[in-house]
Design a protein around this ligand. Structure first.
Ligand SMILES: *Cc1c(COP(=O)(O)O)cnc(C)c1O
Length: 331
């Protein structure tokens, strides 16, 4: 791997992960196209076998390990979609996966991780404690430490999502995606801008705890307080020692927007009502940004990355209430 990622790394990733992650459909949304007088497309990465795009990066990182490292296995501290993706790909590839989590992680998440074949190590009272334990196990057991976004193979894997969008619809001139640690935007940005430098890449985060947007505004990685959100997959910091995604987001993302909870809720309800997609908040932030910031998309060919569908019915009911809809009524 060179010091800088290139489009070639994304092509390599695509070849590597082909048997593990799906090439997902890109479908036209009639309702959104009509609503915004544009040509709106949805990249359905919620249809990955783990319910989120993060399988792409997780699979690519595992497949990039040398044989000795594959045998020893890997460790991460992600409880969310990356941990899930890693556990799934690890099981398929016969690579042991250990996930370190804090005591605060709810039982259902722990059970889901165990069911997917990961060894779960519970340690400490916060994410930082769990991360320390992950690094200790790396040293003690010789495991490879795989972070959820700040890793070249992870970024290249996420980039395959952007590559697929442009292969399917080369005329797309704008891509919206959720922004957290920046692996998705970095990968998609690299892919898309390498193919069409004029294409606009837009990242969207929730109002509170938008670590990457705050860091970009400050000019360096910042620590931000984590606040609960309907877009829970977008929570967490970018790492004060960020090595890859901060610089790549700075370079490849044209604009970033924040969206409030009500707009996320409305976008989730709208996606179910109009497009029959039940997706998590993080997957709906692009549409929320268009509404909240009254973006003019007329005449544009726009792709929205539907990044995941891992949400509970309770969370969806919460979104309905927030959007001013009675739960499940008339959808
Ligand atoms: C992780 C995640 C994102 C954001 O990806 P980053 O690479 O962390 O910026 C968006 N949507 C979903 C569903 C996710 O799980």
């Amino acid at each position: 791997m060179s010091e800088q990622l290139t489009l070639k790394d994304i092509y390599l990733a695509r070849q590597r992960i082909a048997g593990l992650a799906l090439r997902t459909p890109l479908v036209r949304s009639e309702s959104l196209s009509r609503r915004w007088n544009c040509d709106a497309w949805l990249k359905l990465d919620n249809l990955q076998p783990t319910g989120a795009f993060k399988l792409r990066g997780a699979a690519n990182a595992l497949l990039g390990l040398d044989p000795a490292q594959r045998e020893r296995g890997v460790v991460t501290m992600s409880t969310g979609n990356f941990g899930r993706g890693l556990a799934y790909a690890g099981r398929r590839l016969n690579i042991p996966v250990t996930v370190c989590i804090s005591r605060l992680v709810p039982d259902n998440k722990v059970a889901a991780l165990r069911a997917s074949g990961a060894e779960v190590v519970i340690h400490g009272d916060c994410q930082d404690d769990a991360d320390c334990e992950a690094r200790r196990l790396r040293d003690e057991r010789g495991l490879a430490y795989l972070p959820p976004f700040d890793h070249p193979l992870v970024i290249a894997g996420q980039g395959t999502c952007g590559l697929e969008i442009l292969e399917e619809q080369p005329e797309i001139d704008m891509i919206f995606a959720g922004l957290s640690g920046g692996g998705l935007i970095a990968g998609i940005g690299l892919a898309a801008k390498s193919i069409n430098p004029a294409l606009e890449v837009i990242g969207v985060s929730m109002n509170e705890g938008a670590a990457m947007l705050e860091s970009l505004a400050a000019g360096h990685p910042l620590q931000v307080a984590e606040v609960s959100s309907l877009a829970d997959s977008l929570g967490g910091g970018i790492g004060l020692d960020n090595a890859w995604t901060f610089a790549m987001t700075q370079r490849y993302m044209d604009r970033g927007y924040k969206v409030d909870e009500v707009q996320i809720a409305r976008a989730m309800v709208q996606l179910l009502r109009e497009d029959k997609l039940l997706v998590e908040g993080a997957a709906a932030v692009g549409m929320a940004a268009v509404e909240q910031h009254r973006l003019d998309l007329s005449g544009r060919r726009v792709a929205f990355v539907i990044s995941g569908q891992n949400l509970s019915t309770t969370t969806f009911a919460q979104a309905c209430r927030l959007a001013g809809e009675p739960p499940y009524a008339d959808l």
